[in-house]
Design a protein around this ligand. Sequence first.
Ligand code: ADP
Ligand code: MG
Length: 287
Amino acid sequence: MSDTEVEADPAGSETGNESRALEGASGPDEREEVSLRVEKLRKTFGGIVAVDGASFAVESGTITGLIGPNGAGKSTTFNCVTGVYEPTEGTVYFEGEDITGLAPHAVANGGLVRTFQIARELGEMTVLENLMLAPKNQRGEALWRSLLPFVRDEVVEQERDIRERCWDILDFFEIDHLADEYAKNLSGGQRKLLELARALLTDPEMLLLDEPFAGVNPSLEERLLTHIHDLQAEGYTFLIVEHDMDLIMEHCEHIVVMHQGKVLTEGPPADIRSNEAVIEAYLGGDV
Ligand code: ADP
Ligand code: MG
């Protein structure tokens, strides 16, 4: 490479960054405050329009609720945001970066993580084993590397770190007594705690939870909510899909209401509660 090329490059990338910054945010502070921004999202399945031009934003550090009657497009929106589906149209920004159409693991590596139901195969593993599998960029996974002696030490050390983190998180969720239990033997609520624990081990900045309280008994639901608030206090951002409006009203500071694939309205709980269109959508829907 010649000297001229080296000199030319910094100038070139500076210009590139500038134009990207202008494109990515509509105000200078916005990139700091907004974790997730969904713009004009559309997703069709053949003739079915599941999401029909939905736009909303999730502020950093909030617990935001995404509600709406069955079939409103909530889960499809989640799937488009987390890379499970490719949107038909529209853009998804996470922390100012365009993540539209990225594969799920790439979205997760970027810090935007959704909980997944524990797959059947994982039921045959213990709770601790399930957690040990979760962390991203596990060096132990690249087997060929462990043949190198200096990497082997690193792998052992890393495994010890991961094990420690797993115990910390078991402790945090008060399920340490279940560490050696097979995942398939957990109750619905305990399984939800494990799903959230697994998601946390991937070092997310923002967590998306799709109906995290479905099939969870009231005392575990209360615990799960306490954990979510504790995690919020540590700086995590949450977007929670739920059709129990009262629960969302009580625990979220901001609510996005979807109906027939569109964002009907958004705002603080008090505004949503008294919104005629929301009441009508819920009465009209089969909830
Ligand atoms: P919600 O989670 O709010 O209940 P969904 O996003 O699951 O709503 O569904 C929105 C609409 O899209 C529904 O009419 C649903 O039947 C349809 N839909 C969702 N996923 C698919 C799919 N994979 N194929 C066809 N239609 C789908
Ligand atoms: Mg759904």
